[in-house]
Design a binder for this molecule. Structure first.
Ligand SMILES: Cc1cc2nc3c(=O)[nH]c(=O)nc-3n(C[C@H](O)[C@H](O)[C@H](O)COP(=O)(O)OP(=O)(O)OC[C@H]3O[C@@H](n4cnc5c(N)ncnc54)[C@H](O)[C@@H]3O)c2cc1C
Length: 466
């Protein structure tokens, strides 16, 4: 009998296991042969993108905020013994033919983004002052369930301010760019994380040497060190539920494991196929079905290049707003992985171009790629998309951030960590989380662990003090 069986060894599962295994007998079950799920790092050959084995690339592209949830778990579990965290340069924002760096000090702030009128910069400054000071509880009460537009209106942002935040900052968080539907509170918390990073490290981004998957692997080492177990290549076929209480899991090979608690960390709606119909409460089932409809997507062109995107290596994210894009109705997120992360061989660069295309765009992938390249070519005039890649691939990633982070699906309105089934918990990017991407996953892992062990690990009011 395990104290906790964790289903899934993605970031959520392994972060939860690293925390749980401190005092609880924990088993992680993963269907794939590798750790890290959607944020694993493997070779292009292993991902089946290209016949190449000397790059180590993330599924998609990954950077995330420092001094936030991931860093909290890394420090708390001492996982930093097993992974080299590297700061990534501040991201760039492309506008009117130039690449702009987000400012740090007040002088830089006045000089930054020369296309933004001074009056608007003062409003942006006022907003950032508010973000710094506003207590966590006020964010949740006042803004969590209001749209981004209400926040922009409140601070009287003009079109430049709106664009800078929506496509320049929020786009970095990928699924909070719909000003009418996404949560203003979510955005404030992301900006708080951004400011915390700037304050502590002078950059809002960090990554791991060798790829993000190294962090997940470090969490597994910590888990195993404390006696926890991780089983790979084992699929959970059923969660055993009796009289409204989760009792254990059955694997596809027939093995069963009894557990006092079960933590499900794959996208929540996968549960629809894992529980006996008669044990699934109707309202819960409805919510899972709705969650499935809200899943979001991202399309990436990625590859190994023989030269950097610009004259000098960029080594960070570049956010390109919709106004600079003609052929696809999306912002672009371009990433040239810093060579210091050692993900590409000597003299080579791993680069990716991401867009959020419509369903129609995806009907003709080659045409979409052509249009993306047409959009990117004038921005990176010296980069030749035909000649400068030694390998190139593209991928449609079906679930970027579990569910759209709309007001209807924000925080407490999301699924988890508790479920109507006793002792069954849900975490991950389709469950209750703060922050986004892998950092958001880790936040939800913390919230779930807190419920399972009935102990608070984080005081959010303190945590969000900038
Ligand atoms: C293209 C792309 C770009 C992204 N960019 C960023 C970024 O820059 N920054 C960022 O922070 N985030 C980014 N994300 C989001 C981030 O990758 C995800 O939010 C995160 O990896 C999800 O982790 P998870 O553990 O919740 O889920 P998953 O990684 O999906 O883990 C769930 C695990 O459960 C396993 N599983 C499922 N069903 C079963 C079963 N029945 N039995 C056993 N195991 C099972 C799966 O194999 C999987 O390993 C990106 C995502 C994509 C796709």
């Amino acid at each position: 009998m395990y104290d906790v069986v964790v289903i899934g060894a993605g970031f959520t599962g392994v972060a939860a296991a690293a925390l749980l295994s401190e005092k609880h007998n924990t088993l992680v079950i993963e269907k794939d042969s590798f750790i890290g799920g959607r944020a694993a790092t493997r070779t292009p050959g292993e991902w089946e993108w290209a016949d190449v084995d000397n790059y180590h690339v993330d599924f998609g592209h990954h950077v995330f905020p420092p001094d936030n949830y991931i860093e909290f778990v890394i420090r708390k579990t001492n996982a930093d013994r097993y992974v080299d965290i590297k700061l990534v340069k501040r991201p760039l924002f492309y506008r009117f033919g130039k690449f702009h760096t987000p400012p740090i000090g007040i002088i830089e702030q006045l000089r930054a983004y020369p296309f933004i009128p001074l009056k608007s910069k003062l409003k942006i400054n006022k907003f950032l002052g508010y973000v710094k000071k506003v207590p966590f509880d006020e964010v949740m009460q006042k803004w969590a369930y209001k749209p981004l537009r209400a926040l922009y209106d409140y601070f009287d942002f003009d079109e430049y301010g709106r664009e800078l935040f929506t496509d320049g900052f929020a786009a970095g968080y990928q699924t909070i760019t719909d000003v009418e539907r996404n949560s203003a509170g979510d955005f404030i918390l992301c900006m708080k994380a951004y400011l915390k990073g700037i304050k502590k490290y002078k950059t809002p981004l960090f990554a791991a040497e060798g790829g993000i998957g190294k962090i997940a692997e470090a969490f597994v080492r910590v888990t195993e060190e404390k006696g926890g177990k991780v089983l790979l290549r084992k699929t959970v076929k059923e969660i055993v539920v009796q009289n409204g209480e989760a009792k254990g899991v059955v694997l596809d090979n027939g093995d069963t494991f009894d557990a006092k608690n079960i933590l499900f960390t794959a996208p929540a709606y996968f549960l629809l196929n894992l529980m006996p119909e008669n044990e699934m409460p109707t309202e819960f089932k409805g919510k899972l079905e709705k969650a499935k409809e809200e899943a979001t997507t991202l399309f990436l062109i990625m590859g190994g290049a023989t030269r950097p995107l610009l004259d000098k290596p960029v080594g960070t994210w570049i956010l390109i707003p919709k106004t600079e894009v003609k052929r696809v109705d999306s912002y672009y997120l371009v990433y040239e992985v810093d060579r210091e992360l050692k993900q590409a061989p000597e003299g080579r660069y791993y680069v990716s171009f991401a867009a959020m295309p419509s369903k129609d765009d995806l009907k003709d992938k080659n045409n979409l790629i052509e249009r993306m390249i047409e959009d990117m070519s004038p921005i990176f005039p010296n980069f030749n998309f035909d000649k400068d890649f030694e390998w190139r691939s593209s991928c449609y990633f079906p679930i970027v951030d579990g569910l759209g982070r709309t007001i209807e699906w924000y925080h407490e309105r999301r699924l988890g960590p508790e479920t109507p089934i006793k002792n069954l918990y849900i975490a991950g990017d389709s469950a209750q989380e703060l922050s986004s991407g892998v950092d958001g996953c880790v936040s939800s892992a913390i919230f779930a662990v807190e419920k399972i062990i009935a102990t608070k690990l984080l005081d959010l009011s303190q945590f969000y003090k900038v």
